[in-house]
Design a protein around this ligand. Structure first.
Ligand code: TEU
Length: 593
């Protein structure tokens, strides 16, 4: 244990009030002209983040990696991918954050490694290698005609099977994602200890302040590997998420990770929790008493528009605002009266931009809807996570970009599968449907280079970046918005300040939905403790999610309140302009008992 390590206790909860900002290293800032963002580039922007109101930087994987899945395939936990910099650069980044009173968290990707990790190379070398059991190796099955079949029929996340045949030892290994990402066997205690040492303590001892924990509910597998029920008649492989999420030993593993590693440091954890719709089950992960994770990302809102099931993810399905509101309500209220905690986010590196998905990226609406989404995000309860570029209202790549501009392994695999199915006549319209889905939902949209200014390559760097710069970078960029009081960036700054000022209300308050049936507006109330813990304070938040003027149903109640924040300088109180967002609060004077 590091000499600096301290014992965590329940009062160390700085992470609840924090605003976290996710940096995707490849796309943030290139300091050395190689087309890839890097850590020195990020360090040069820490002041920008401080000024925005960021408390914690979450840096997506910058570890050594062949980059099959943009660094989520790690070949050495203790090294930095050279185009991103060095271990020393990360140490400098920790110092740069700490000097400014900010913190840094890293990604913990421990469900799988890269197939180029030394552990896997050893594991695959022979059946009696001491690390053989660090991954999942299983013999083939055979059908009645003697054809070799994988051990199970599972469909992976990246449009293919979950087992790859290895010629050397004549067995299959498991991978829930790409074949270059073999799954680690958490059931083996030696593997767990190696992960704690190499992926966790190595960085914790350098002073990092926690982890975003990748695919956190997939560590425990049903190791008897039953087949998934057949629900997709077109394929041999079948959706099997229920078999690899929330497995039998998951809570035991997370408790051990907490007790043996995390509890010795003052750090935060936020787990990526997919496929867990039951709030009672989510609470088992995030209840303080359970000592597993501080909070998780729950993905119901992020999944809006995605087709049902793993094989249909990119088959876009229109959604209704009533559904979004029910989702927000459910995941705002599930911690009421408990010792659990929650998160607020609408973007990350795995999804399309929020403006393009939940607002409108049409020229006349994109700034307003970016601000309206800022109102929603900054007034909801939980730890707030922003994704790079969200603060300037970055939008999806233009719809006319061809598939060659898309780089993500998941999107490309879905496209190739759809192309095949269309060509073979299995599903003739699938290619067009998947392309449309990618235009809205692809993971690529959030990975376009950050738009800093209107110079060539948007000020990202001096050479052509690894992904094409957005066509609209001259209109949407940081330089243009800095100093403009009406910009999306200035609006975010203000909203983030108010979130802190009214922390009891916005970060900790309880949530009540008012207009559940309305398909155009989202009106909710937050109730929290008043100043000094006395009395009660209320906020009324009104959001118009439509392109039309809408009646404001709660106008009477709003009359007795103070307008705290609004997307529009001038508006009429009885109605909400297209994508207008307003926050009213009870006047503070007279509140105190
Ligand atoms: O994502 C986990 C995951 O399963 C999804 O949420 C992911 O967005 C995927 O698109 C599902 O279809 C994490 C990382 O965030 C992602 O970038 C990685 O590709 C993945 O793990 C594998 O490490």
């Amino acid at each position: 244990m590091s000499p600096h390590a301290i014992v965590k206790n329940s009062t160390n909860q700085w992470w609840k009030n924090a605003t976290v900002y996710q940096v995707y290293p490849a796309s943030f800032k290139d300091s050395n002209g190689d087309g890839w963002g890097d850590i020195p580039g990020l360090i040069s922007k820490v002041d920008y983040l401080k000024d925005l109101g960021v408390d914690v930087v979450w840096l997506s994987p910058m570890f050594e990696s062949p980059q099959c899945d943009m660094g989520y395939d790690i070949s050495d936990y203790e090294e930095v991918y050279a185009p991103y910099g060095t271990v020393k650069d990360v140490e400098d980044l920790v110092a740069a954050c700490h000097e400014r009173g900010m913190k840094l968290i890293l990604d913990l990707v421990a469900n799988h490694t890269s197939d180029q990790h030394a552990w896997f190379k050893e594991s695959r070398s022979s059946k009696d290698n001491p690390k053989r059991d660090w991954y999942f190796w299983r013999p083939a099955r055979y059908d009645e005609n003697g054809n070799r079949l994988p051990p199970t029929n599972y469909r992976s996340y990246f449009a293919g099977g979950t087992w790859t045949w290895d010629e050397t030892t004549q067995e299959y290994y498991l991978h829930l994602y790409a074949k270059e990402q073999p799954d680690l066997n958490w059931d083996n205690p030696e593997t767990r200890q190696a992960i704690y040492k190499s992926a966790m303590r190595f960085w914790l001892d350098k002073g990092i302040d926690g982890f975003r924990v990748d695919t956190v509910n997939k560590y425990s597998k049903h190791v008897d590997f039953p087949d998934a029920p057949i629900t997709d008649l077109k394929n041999y492989i079948q959706p099997a998420r229920h078999l690899f999420c929330n497995g039998p030993r998951i809570h035991e593993f997370l408790r051990e990770m907490h007790d043996e590693v995390l509890s010795h440091y003052d750090v935060m954890t936020v787990g990526e929790l997919s496929n867990t719709p039951d709030p009672q089950h989510v609470l088992r992960y995030v209840s303080a008493a359970a000592k597993q994770l501080d909070m998780v990302f729950q993905f119901d809102m992020i999944h809006l528009g995605m087709g049902h099931g793993l094989e249909d993810k990119y088959d876009f399905t229109p959604w209704a605002l009533t559904r979004l509101k029910q989702i927000v309500k459910k995941w705002q209220q599930f911690i009421d009266g408990t010792d659990g905690w929650t998160t607020v986010f609408c973007e990350n590196h795995d999804n399309g931009r929020a403006v393009s998905r939940y607002g409108s990226d049409a020229p006349q609406h994109r700034e307003t809807s970016a601000k309206m989404l800022a109102v929603m995000q900054t007034t909801l309860t939980g730890t707030l996570f922003l994704y790079q570029g969200q603060e300037i209202g970055m939008i999806n790549a233009p719809k006319n970009w061809p598939i060659d501009e898309y780089k993500d392994i998941e999107g490309l695999n879905y496209y190739k599968e759809a192309d095949r199915q269309s060509n073979e006549g299995v599903d003739p319209t699938r290619r067009a449907r998947i392309m449309r889905g990618l235009q809205i939902l692809a993971r690529d949209h959030s990975r376009l280079p950050m738009q800093w200014d209107d110079s060539e390559y948007a000020g990202f760097g001096t050479a052509a970046p690894w992904m094409r710069v957005h066509d609209l970078y001259k209109e949407i960029n940081v330089a243009r918005q800095t100093g403009d009081p009406n910009s999306v960036l200035s609006f975010y700054k203000r909203a983030l300040q108010l979130r802190k000022e009214y922390a009891e209300l916005f970060i900790h308050g309880s949530f009540k939905l008012y207009d559940g049936e309305n398909e155009n507006t989202f009106v909710f109330e937050k109730v929290g403790k008043g100043p000094g813990g006395n009395g009660e304070e209320r906020a009324l938040v009104a959001l118009n999610f439509s392109k039309d003027v809408q009646p404001f149903s709660m106008v009477e109640r709003a009359r007795d309140m103070k307008l705290l924040l609004s997307t529009h300088a001038e508006s009429v109180s009885e109605s909400l302009l297209p994508f207008e967002g307003r926050v009213y609060v009870t006047e503070r004077s007279g509140l105190v008992n």
